[in-house]
Design a protein around this ligand. Structure first.
Ligand SMILES: C[S@@+](CC[C@H](N)C(=O)[O-])C[C@H]1O[C@@H](n2cnc3c(N)ncnc32)[C@H](O)[C@@H]1O
Length: 315
């Protein structure tokens, strides 16, 4: 079974309500391998977010420096993917002799297993504790609180521009905030908009490997790829790349015990990838109630990492 009962209800409601297949479902089951193929390997091998990896590597010591005198850190990798994006942080912790526990958090059991395997291969002595959950549904303070019972500190990672995939970014960031105490940190990595390169960005999203990844759920529920058009557009008002399919024939959708028809000409929203500006990420984080500890971009301003903390007092 690919979906839980709750996920079936959420998927049916999203299709019937707003014509959308929520992107998060694409990582379930076999979809995890499609993501792994798209994401690629470790930074040095030029994975999908190699820009992020290079920046994180060059600034890892500064980020870790904020944890003054701490002897053990729980690296909570939210939306862990294949586990490789956090490697620059693990290397730095290792270098500084700070013990760490790797805590991948994901909706996909398959990606949790893959991240565990990959990180274990590189850091065989490191304790790994996986959490299988959907972070859109609420905070996970029970887990973050319990992790600190041995006196360790929490560092949350939200890497790979994942923030740009959600329609309600405040909700996601609020769930993280409510899972943090005022001495925990969150590092968020996002791609910035470079208007000069919009056409180049769009061509990346039209690649077959992106299609293979995004068509996983449509094909599971009864939509044949050859009976659709795949369309990628830049939405200037929302600052995001949008990916949709449009049916060239009627399709019978089956999810769990429910079956219904979608008609020729109907479109389904498959994914968004919002691009940010330095000010818009900073404002978003601040509106949710985070203070900024460190902010850094790469030389051509195409990627940004920010390290933030919940605001306890007005600063
Ligand atoms: C864009 S990928 C990024 C993966 C990794 N951080 C990277 O940088 O390569 C998004 C990740 O978040 C996970 N994810 C997406 N939505 C989620 C949700 N609502 N709850 C838990 N995990 C989610 C996916 O399964 C996937 O591992």
């Amino acid at each position: 079974m690919l979906f839980t009962k709750r996920q079936e209800s959420e998927l049916i409601t999203a299709i019937k309500g707003r014509g959308e297949i929520p992107l998060k479902f694409v990582y379930l089951g076999e979809g995890a391998h499609n993501w792994d193929a798209l994401a690629g390997g470790r930074t040095e091998n030029g994975g999908i977010n190699s820009m992020e990896g290079v920046l994180l590597t060059s600034k890892a010591a500064d980020f870790i420096g904020s944890f003054n005198g701490v002897s053990k850190i729980n690296v909570i990798d939210i939306g862990c993917g294949n586990g490789y994006p956090g490697v620059p942080i693990f290397n730095e912790l290792r270098e500084q002799g700070i013990a760490f526990r790797y805590v991948p958090v994901d909706i996909s059991a398959e990606l949790l297993n893959l991240a565990e395997k990959n990180v274990h291969e590189m850091f065989p002595d490191t304790e790994i504790k996986k959490f299988h959950l959907d972070f859109e549904l609420g905070n996970f303070s029970d887990m973050t609180y319990a992790l600190k019972s041995d006196g360790s500190s929490n560092l949350l990672l939200f890497l790979g521009s994942t923030l740009g995939n959600f329609s309600d970014r405040n909700r996601v960031l609020t769930n993280f905030r409510d899972s943090m105490s005022s001495d925990d940190y969150l590092i968020n990595g996002v791609e910035l908009t470079n208007f000069a390169k919009i056409n180049k960005i769009l061509s990346h999203y039209s690649l077959d490997v992106v299609g293979d990844f995004l068509y996983f759920i449509p094909e599971q529920i009864g939509i044949k790829r050859e009976n659709t058009d795949f369309n990628v557009v830049w939405n200037d008002r929302e600052n995001q790349v949008e990916m949709r399919l449009t049916l060239k024939k009627d399709a019978r959708i089956t999810i769990g015990n429910e079956s219904f028809k979608l008609e020729e000409g109907e479109s389904l929203f498959l994914a968004r990838s919002m691009k940010f500006a330095e000010w818009s990420v900073t404002k978003l984080l601040s509106d949710v109630g985070y203070r900024n500890e460190l902010l850094t971009t790469n030389a051509d301003r195409s990627y940004m990492l920010s390290m933030v903390q919940p605001t306890r007092y007005i600063v």
